[in-house]
Ligand binder design. Structure first.
Ligand code: ADP
Ligand code: MG
Length: 360
């Protein structure tokens, strides 16, 4: 084992490590590569990039360029930065179109596509609703029906207007708010991956808060090993459960294991169904494998809203997309559902529980 499992952090559902792979590559030996790694904290999240490069200097240069690219993208899409194009769009909601950077235009297009294919279960215009939930939850109460309908009137992916050339955008309703919490981390991972490729890197692991892209495989390995924690006890390292082996694909996990509130005995997730205004209940975690991290991140959140059966069906319908759902209804044992191709990535998994009864 040449690297320990990463320490847990606030939001990650996934722990990444270069644990020894069971299946070593039998290919001809690769030229000696140097492993270089750096961690920064863009967009309020933890971002770790590991690369294998011909030498230390090349690795360091590639990392610097990737983080510079992330910084550039963050400056356009972060709703936490007052000066970003995304924040300006939020401020100007209901008013005039706003000039936007190509990075934000591309993200809005991708988000609109996921909204369309999930019948609105995924929606980056959910900002007003998420804010309302957070505000009322802090006071240990749930939103009133009036508060809910007022916020819901300000949610709707169809009210995002993007000019045909992608240079301007507008939120059509006053009080609308973009929230990229469910797709932004995946997007910055893909942007970092693009930068690494332009620097000539062919082997890398990019991890932003548990949203991961695995490029190539470390020397002598068949892929990168990723651990998915048991959503019941995410902070205990020893209960690391599913271990996945992946290469040239993305993995993202979404769930309420760390971000939820309990009010009057009910558990409410930070993931909300934009169509009803109701937070997701009972769902613990959804891990999605997809060709890119933006897709994996967005689909993981969308699948949390869809529920276990629909989430698995959603993955089955899409090439290169697999899903693992760990979920629980009040008082029941943890249950597991997964798409038929998911097992391809599983190195080790928890011993079968009664839960596998609802495996599709
Ligand atoms: P994590 O932040 O744990 O990686 P997600 O990727 O699922 O989790 O993102 C959840 C965040 O996305 C929420 O905190 C909220 O800001 C936003 N969000 C909640 N529900 C939705 C939804 N249905 N569609 C899009 N974004 C959502
Ligand atoms: Mg997500």
């Amino acid at each position: 084992m040449d690297e320990p499992v990463l320490p847990s952090h606030r939001m990650a559902a996934v722990l990444v490590g270069l644990l020894a792979c069971a299946t070593a590559c039998r290919d001809a030996p690769t030229p000696t590569l140097v492993r270089v790694r750096e961690i920064r904290r863009p967009m309020g999240t933890y971002m770790a990039i590991t690369v294998y490069a011909p030498d230390e200097a090349a690795g360091t240069r590639a990392l610097a360029a990737a983080f510079a690219r992330v910084e550039q993208v963050e400056a356009a899409i972060s709703t936490w930065r007052r000066t970003s194009d995304a924040s300006r769009l939020n401020r100007e909601a209901g008013g005039q179109p706003v000039p936007i950077a190509p990075e934000l235009a591309a993200l809005l297009k991708r988000a609109a596509a996921v909204s369309a294919e999930t019948d609105g279960a995924f929606d980056v215009t959910i900002g007003a609703l998420v804010r309302l939930c957070r505000r009322t939850w802090r006071r240990r109460r749930v939103p009133t029906p009036e508060e809910l309908s007022e916020a819901m009137a300000r949610v709707g992916h169809r009210h995002v207007e993007l000019s045909p050339d992608g240079k301007q955008a507008r939120l059509a309703k006053a009080g609308m708010r973009l929230d990229f919490g469910a797709i932004g981390k995946g997007y910055i991972v893909d942007q970092a991956v693009g930068s690494l490729r332009r620097s000539g890197i062919q082997i890398a692991l990019v991890d932003a808060g548990g949203d991961i892209y695995a490029m190539g495989a470390p020397p002598e390995r068949a892929g990168w090993t990723i651990g998915v924690r048991d959503p019941d006890r995410p902070t205990e390292m020893q209960i690391l459960k599913h271990r996945l082996l992946v290469r040239d694909c993305a993995v993202a996990t979404s769930g309420d294991y760390e971000q939820f509130v309990v009010i009057d005995g009910h558990r409410y997730s930070h993931i909300v169904d934009p169509r009803t205004g109701q937070p997701v209940e009972h769902m613990s975690s959804v891990t999605v494998v997809a060709p890119d991290a933006t897709t994996a991140d967005a689909y993981a959140t969308a699948c949390s809203v869809l529920g276990p059966q629909a989430a698995v069906a959603f993955a089955e319908e899409r090439k290169g997309v697999e899903a693992l759902v760990l979920h629980r209804r009040d008082g029941d044992a943890l249950a597991r559902a997964r798409s038929s191709g998911f097992d391809r990535f599983v190195l080790t998994e928890p011993a079968a529980t009664g839960s596998d009864r609802d495996k599709p």
